[in-house]
Design a protein around this ligand. Sequence first.
Ligand SMILES: [Zn+2]
Length: 623
Amino acid sequence: MATEVRVNRRRYLVLAVAIGLGAGACQGGSEGGLGAASCGGESPRLTAADADRFLADVNNTILKLGTESAQAAWVYSTYITPDTEALNARGNQAFIDAVARFAKEAAKYDDVEVSAEQRRQLQLLKLSLELVTPSDPKEAEEVTKIATAMEAMYGRGKWCREPDKPSTCLDIEQITEIMATSRDETQLRDVWEGWHSISIPMRGDYTRFVELANKGARELGFADTGAMWRLKYDMPAEEFTKEVDRLWDQVRPLYVSLHAYVRMKLREKYGDVVPADGPIPAHLLGNIWAQDWGNVFDVVATGSADQGYSLTDILKGRQAAPQEMVRIGERFYSSLGLAPMPDTFWQRSLFVKPADRDVVCHASAWNLDFKDDLRIKMCIDPTEEDFSTIHHELGHNYYQRAYNTLPILFRDSANQAFHEAIGDTIALSVTPEYLVKIGILGQAPDASRDIGLLMARALEKIAFLPFGLVIDQWRWDVFSGKITPADYNSAWWERRTRYQGVAPVTPRGEQLFDPGAKYHVPANYSYTRYFLAHILQFQFHRELSRIAGCTTPLHRCSIYGSEEAGRRLNAMLQMGLSRPWPDALEALTGSRQMDATAIVDYFAPLKAWLDEQLQAQGTKTGW
Ligand SMILES: [Zn+2]
């Protein structure tokens, strides 16, 4: 399953959906850091006391409407009917409208002297938008319609081998399954090209969408929508772009080695369709977007690259019940000194796909009342992947509870990436030694199996890194105008090739719109968070392992049972969004900078092994 699809259904993220600003939003202004939207000049002498009242109203309203919309969304997601769908849409709209009003209102306090805490809340309100609609009501309606239509087009997307025979139509689930399991090059190519045809009709819509979204962002004082997204990271947009480049440069050599090795193995399997030294064909990596290569483990990880045990086989052998798997996850967090989940978590969560009704199986973590009505919703199977996802989702829940006494606007992670990184950090501690300790595995494989363990992780996490970058590298340039509509598709493939070293096997012309075949583009959901979450989780893991006193190689370190590690982790979680993210990072790691050298450390044995293999075969790297 794609790395990021577990993540984006947390309810409070509804703050980040389309926001319509009513008439009268301010004009002009230029991009200049977090306080970019300076346009409150016409307001008559507002004071800090007014700001107090305003923020109290914001907190109360978001709490009330946010809870109501979360309740409606929960019922919808766990019992899909036309009625619950309508209730969910209504609750969501009421909430969005309120936040839209507040975001506009917040700009009026730009010139008012307020406390630092008030200032941060006001700025977060203005930056809580992923899409700002223009003040012109007609244009606002148009961009909202386009956004809805594009997402619906994606959701309904099907490729039909024979268009007049519905039985030949494949949706994204079926496409995903074929991409994962088929080893027939022709079939993979057909399915890949087929799925990429669903986004052709989005092309014109997307062009107009970009124009209108930018207009809205500029009215709020941002240079464009992409710049607005980057400003969420507590630094000027250009600085953030450089920061992301810096992190990528740190991990690129590792990716290049993995890429060359996988290409060599795929060439052994598929022959000349895979070039010896060029980009890898995009349809042969086990995933429709080539963002997670875990599904080709069996093709590339031959010989010594076998991890020595299968957690999936063990879980199936034990007939592990979903609730039992979640209990094991909870016990990990308890071992760090964190309080167990409340009784309501166990009573209200959904762990099993019901037999009698439709549900949204997509895994997600919830906090319905912003306090301690914590739940996860997922259809759990006894597999290693689901076991890992449980730890991921629980990470969201523990984070949500840790910051639940802060003002509502601070009840979120330090930046968008932190929330995604916490549970994954814990999952990195699910080592063979840990599984032995809790009695799931008889004996840990010896160090000779490390390459297999690391290979499995690298195909998922290292392969993802350039993909985590590429979507917003393309979008930032689209929103800024550097990429024009005439070059949408060629610029997309230029970036996919440059970063990922993958390419389509047949020419992709400008009549196509390949970016639209990835959910987050039509859904307008910013993506760099996933790249950063992958960087952060290894940085967290390295530091927590050090605190826990681990002296083995990083990939064998588990922080299970370390209350000191738990204390440091919780110190960061409790800060929520109340401070700029470098403060939170410092609370845990002692450093104010994101650092990808932890990934490099973690995978160092694999990197050495890969380079050895490549050298022995005389295989070139790069593309
Ligand atoms: Zn998540």
